[in-house]
Design a protein around this ligand. Structure first.
Ligand code: NAD
Ligand code: PRE
Length: 284
């Protein structure tokens, strides 16, 4: 490819840029966002060759555009390039929920462009910004693409090749499946981690709790250090699937509370053993 354009050169966009540069996947990578200092930093770190604050300037002549802003900004970005992007240009994204991105693209273009390939790398960190970008972030991680019936298969193949160049394994899912599965595996754990830290932060012994916290609290709360804008947007744009999971979780927590309250040691042992078996069976 000649030119790749990345909107939002933070952790996800910056990591993609670094990986593609390492493999010489394209001749030039152009960054675009609203924040000049982020773009300058991305250029200093060697993630992008050049940058502009003008979306049309960035998108013009691009072979591929990657959207790596928070999901709530995707519609505005698409609207800003809608009149200046070639029909041949492949557009893809890394947003954490997919129905909202498909809806945003339909609103921006009037219909989902055939060469728009919704995507989501299942890799990341609780740190955001290009300073935390890493060329190896996607190695041996899955990337989910959620094309619809009208998506051009050659665009899907090109996006697949791009991710495989970064060392990722690409899999296809439909949009609804993606949003439900990710609500369970990623969005619920983040909501729980934020709630856990909020719970602890409002207890009397908060300073002692942080002082004496070892692996348990650190591991369970790690993702509460994630970017609040990103997670605000995900909760807004995958609302229904997340609420379904929080409701199931609340029921399970209540059953657990009842077992503890009743001193039901057999019940507790069975529940913990079942959960451990399920987790060990998949993650070892
Ligand atoms: N962080 C993760 O672990 C992770 C993993 C997979 C997918 N994602 C998704 O990737 C996307 C980016 O996340 P990130 O962690 O790289 O965030 P980040 O904060 O590191 O980077 C986001 C970038 O977008 C830019 N930006 C914000 N609003 C913009 C706008 N209106 N127009 C143009 N640029 C704008 C910011 O300047 C920033 O450089 C999000 O949609 C997120 O849901 C994140
Ligand atoms: O490892 C982490 O810190 C992450 O939060 C990564 C993680 C996840 O939940 O697994 C976060 C959001 C994504 O959209 C994909 C990956």
């Amino acid at each position: 490819m000649e030119k790749i354009c990345i909107f939002g050169v933070g952790l996800i966009g910056g990591s993609l840029a670094l990986a593609l540069k390492e493999k010489s996947f394209c001749r030039q990578i152009v960054g675009c966002s609203r924040n000049e200092s982020h773009l300058k930093r991305a250029q200093d770190l060697g993630a992008i060759d050049s940058w502009t604050l003008d979306p049309c300037e960035a998108a013009k002549d691009a072979d591929l555009i990657f959207l790596a802003t928070p999901v709530g900004a995707i519609e505005a970005v698409l609207k800003s390039i809608q009149g200046c992007v070639s029909e041949q240009t492949i557009i893809t994204d890394g947003g954490s929920c997919k129905q909202s991105v498909v809806d945003a693209a339909e609103r921006a273009f009037g219909r989902l462009p055939d060469r728009f390939v919704p995507g989501h790398p299942i890799a990341g960190k609780e740190k955001s910004g290009v300073d935390h970008a890493d060329a190896k972030l996607y190695v041996d991680h899955k990337v989910i693409l959620t094309p619809i019936e009208t998506t051009d298969p050659t665009a899907v193949a090109a996006v697949t090749e791009m991710w495989e160049t970064c060392g990722a394994n690409v899999q296809l899912l439909n949009v609804g499946q993606h949003d439900q599965v990710l609500a369970a595996t990623s969005h619920l754990p983040h909501v729980l981690a934020y709630a856990l830290v909020e719970t602890v932060a409002n207890t009397t012994y908060v300073s002692e709790i942080f002082e004496f916290a070892a692996g348990g609290f650190r591991d369970s709360s790690r993702v509460a250090s994630s970017d609040p804008t990103m997670w605000r947007d995900i909760c807004e744009y995958n609302r229904d699937a997340i609420l379904e999971m929080t409701s199931l979780y609340r029921d399970r927590l209540e059953s657990l509370e009842q077992l503890i309250e009743a001193g039901d040691s057999d019940g507790l042992f069975e529940l913990f053993s079942r959960a451990r078996k399920v987790r060990d069976g998949r993650f070892g």
